[in-house]
Design a protein around this ligand. Sequence first.
Ligand code: CP3
Length: 358
Amino acid sequence: MTTTVPPLLEALAGRRPRRLPVWFMRQAGRSLPEYRAAREGLTMLESCLRPQVAAEITVQPVRRHRVDAAIFFSDIMVPLRLAGVAVEISPGIGPVFEKPVRSADDVRELVAHEPGDPQPVVEAVRLARAELDGVPSGDASWTPLIGFAGAPFTLAAYLVEGKPSRDHLAARALMHADPASWDALLGWCARVSGAFLRAQVEAGAAAVQLFDSWAGSLRRDDYVAHVAPYSKAALDAVSGVPKIHFGTGTGHLLPDVRDAGADAVGVDYRTPLDEANRLLGGATPLQGNVDPAMLAAGWDALSAHARDVVTRGYAAPGHVVNLGHGVPETTDPDVLTRLVELVHALPGSAKSAAEGAA
Ligand code: CP3
């Protein structure tokens, strides 16, 4: 390992490496034929809990696309499964619970579960790290691995609804109908997510991302009072690595998302990065935000859009290029590889863009 810092970590520290770092949410999985081969005959959660399989799938997109980070192949539901909660991930549907958590009694029963043994996670991160330590990124000789967890609200939304839902009405009602149960539920989710993050960092993850996919469905006052403190508790469980905090539809919440304890904010595709930077006061590194729909819009439209994202991102102190949400299942992997090549060929900062043009 050299002392040169990989571009991902430079950008997350608010600096402008020569080359823009790029990785994709949901890069590990679904759109890759080698992923489908590695998972053959295993359910989603089984593959997450087999260290060799999880490590192999984690590294696949780095080998194929030369992205500047691996994201650990796992799921936000894994810590719940490790804690003994009956959850499955149904293909094409998402997480489904045997018993939704609806009443005060349900919450009491749930929070009696201790976070389980993270050994399969620790082992998988170690195996992936061993390979990534030898894969260059920019001028560095190694590629960082990003650990992650689901934010307490997103986990709670699934637990309360029992399955994916659009508006999270049951969860948002429980928040106000029974604040004491809400506090117990979110506090427990923060504890299991925090333990999951800590296990990944202790095994060698160089950064973490907290996914609050459904935070955008909240009013700002509810987010600040009933959600952000628990996200902060989950993020506070780790120290010494940069923390990215991502949600979708959070244009109205960006400063609050940052203030929950993030070093960088993940912006979905709805808010242009120059506007996000303005909302955040120009001091926070950003991650995002190529619209996933553009991956299927043809190269001319995609490349023009990606250049626009990069140009708007120059406003921020640091920028990690990513999508504004996950890779769609139907994405042509070659389009992702070409997008990585394009981003790597673009100037890393407004200054080098101006020098190049001069
Ligand atoms: O590549 C990566 O990003 C790493 C692994 C990862 C997965 N899920 C693997 C996965 C990560 C970081 C997640 C996060 C996750 N999981 C979130 C937050 C991010 C987001 O997308 O909003 C959420 C809400 C979940 C819960 C979950 N798991 C859903 C909604 C689904 C989709 C169901 C479907 O098939 O449409 C899953 C399944 C899942 N998680 C897959 C993968 C690769 C697909 C499994 C398959 O191939 O059958």
